[in-house]
Design a protein around this ligand. Structure first.
Ligand code: SF4
Length: 254
C-alpha cells in the first residue's frame, strides 16, 4: 500500500501515526533476514545520517496519518505474515507506536522494532534491532545530501544515548547493527561496545553484534560488502546482508 504526501489527513488524533509506507516483503537485514514480514514505516527521525536509505522519512519526510486500528487492519490484510517490522525513520519518536506494539502483541505477531537506539519506550518488542550511528553517519557539509551541514552538530550530539541503549538491551531480545565501511569504523564499534558493556545490566554477546555494509544500491554494496565480510570474520562479529538491496536494488516498498 503506497502512502505518499498526497494522502492527507489532519493530525487531529492522539493515537495517530505518520506512516510513510506499509507493505509486505522479506526482512532484508539481521538475524531474521529472509522472513516474510509486513513493514510499517513511520515517518520522522531525530537524526540525519547522510547515507539514510529511507530518505523520505528523514531528510524529506512524507506520510499519511493512520489510526492504530487502521494500521492493524492493514497488517492483517497480509494473511501470510506473522512477523511485523516497525521501522522508520525513528519509530520510537512517536507516542502512539506503544499502542501499536501492544495491539500487535495482543494479536500474536512477532514484532521487530528497528531503532537508532536513542529513545527507549516501555512497549512489547520481540526483537529490538538497534542501529547506533557511528561518526561515519554525520552529515558534514561535504556529505550533506540536502544542505550545507546544518544538521551535523545536532546529529553528532544526539546519535549515541548510552542510557537508552542500555535500557533497550536490558528490556528486549536484541541485535546491535552497525553500518561500517572500514577498520576505523570497527574500532569505533568496539569502543562503543566497551562503554555500553560497562553500564548495561545484561551481557552483550558478540554474536548479537552485526556488521552491515554501507550501501543502498547494488553498485554501492558491491564496493563495500567484501571488506565488511572480512572485518566481521577478523573481529568475530556477525555479518548481515542487505537482502532487499541484492534482490530489488533501491526500489521502494522493499
Ligand atoms: S537514524 Fe535511520 S532513519 Fe534516521 S536518518 Fe539515520 S538512517 Fe535515516
Amino acid at each position: 500500500m503506497p502512502v505518499t504526501s498526497d494522502v492527507t489527513r489532519p493530525d487531529d488524533g492522539d493515537g495517530d501515526l505518520p506512516i510513510n509506507e506499509l507493505f509486505y516483503s522479506l526482512q532484508g537485514e539481521g538475524r531474521l533476514a529472509g522472513v516474510p514480514s509486513v513493514f510499517v514505516r513511520t515517518s520522522g527521525c531525530n537524526l540525519r545520517c547522510w547515507f539514510c536509505d529511507s530518505y523520505h522519512t528523514s531528510w524529506e519526510p512524507t506520510h499519511a496519518w493512520m489510526d492504530v486500528d487502521e494500521i492493524v487492519a492493514a497488517v492483517a490484510g497480509y494473511d501470510r505474515a506473522d512477523h511485523v517490522v516497525v521501522t522508520g525513520g525513528e519509530p520510537l519518536l512517536h507516542d502512539a507506536v506503544v499502542d501499536l506494539l501492544h495491539e500487535l502483541d495482543a494479536r500474536g505477531y512477532h514484532t521487530t522494532v528497528e531503532t537508532n537506539g536513542t529513545i527507549h519506550r516501555d512497549a512489547p518488542i520481540d526483537l529490538a534491532s538497534i542501529s547506533p550511528k557511528l561518526a561515519n553517519s554525520t552529515p558534514t557539509p561535504e556529505r550533506d545530501p540536502a544542505g550545507e551541514g546544518e544538521w551535523a552538530e545536532r546529529h553528532e550530539r544526539d546519535r549515541i544515548d548510552l542510557d537508552s541503549l542500555s535500557r533497550l538491551v536490558a528490556d528486549h531480545d536484541h541485535q546491535l547493527k552497525f553500518v561500517v565501511t572500514d577498520e576505523t569504523d570497527v574500532r569505533e564499534v568496539e569502543e562503543l561496545l566497551s562503554r555500553l558493556r560497562a553500564v548495561a545490566h545484561v551481557p552483550i554477546r558478540d554474536g548479537d553484534v552485526l556488521l552491515m555494509p554501507e550501501g543502498a544500491t547494488r553498485d554501492r554494496l558491491a564496493e563495500t560488502r567484501d571488506r565488511v565480510a572480512e572485518l566481521a570474520m577478523a573481529h568475530g562479529y556477525r555479518y548481515t546482508p542487505r537482502l532487499h538491496v541484492d534482490l530489488w536494488n533501491d526500489a521502494p516498498e522493499t
